[in-house]
Design a protein around this ligand. Structure first.
Ligand SMILES: [Zn+2]
Length: 201
């Protein structure tokens, strides 16, 4: 229980994760004092994560190759989101990777006629379940970047925290209250350290 309590995920989702599965995906991998933590350790965990967000059918499977592709898109999204948060242009290779995910299961628009009249729907051409899930995540990530929230993408300012979040206020710098409190506590102790240093002979 103590170990679980120390996991950054115990802070709850970072702001923006509820609205954007692509952001939540990026935050499934983060740094811990003891080393990197991966919230998608195997195909079963990746399937469960995608299923909970309605991105994959319960009967589908995520094999080793699928898991590797989920993790690759996660890395790609992190690179692109991080670049955006720093006002930089992401590497061309990352953009190529994201566009590959989009192209693996292209979405098509279809005009249908219901009792209420014409209806334009958007769906993905049947393909491998993981490809469709990744295309949807890539699309959503691209929409996040190009929408109003794109300019609010931020990296948590707390030392050691690698989570990204959507800044609700210009002054918000932490992904959680816990990170904010940690930084304030560290400043407090650093302040004490400096005082001691000045008074030392
Ligand atoms: Zn944080």
């Amino acid at each position: 229980m103590d170990a679980v309590e120390r996991l950054p995920s115990a802070q709850g989702p970072a702001p923006g994760e509820h609205q954007y599965a692509s952001l939540a995906l990026v935050n499934t991998a983060f740094a811990l004092p003891g080393g990197p933590y991966d919230g998608l350790p195997d195909g079963t965990a990746a399937h469960e994560w995608l299923r909970e967000r309605g991105l994959i059918a319960a009967r589908a499977r995520v094999d080793e190759d699928g898991l590797a592709r989920v993790r690759r898109l996660r890395d790609t999204l992190r690179v692109i989101f991080s670049a955006q948060s720093e006002g930089e242009r992401p590497p061309a290779d990352a953009l190529r990777q994201l566009n590959c995910a989009l192209a693996a299961a292209p979405g098509v628009r279809e005009l249908t006629w219901t009792d209420a009249g014409p209806e334009l729907s958007f769906h993905h051409q049947a393909g491998e379940a993981v490809d469709v899930a990744l295309a949807m995540l890539a699309e959503e990530g691209a929409e996040l970047l190009t929408g109003a929230d794109g300019a609010k993408l931020s990296a948590c300012g707390a030392r050691g925290c690698t989570r990204l979040f959507i800044r609700a206020h210009a002054s918000r710098r932490w992904c959680s209250d816990r990170c904010g409190n940690r930084v304030r506590a560290a400043r407090h102790y650093a302040g004490h350290g400096r005082t001691t240093g000045r008074n030392a002979p």
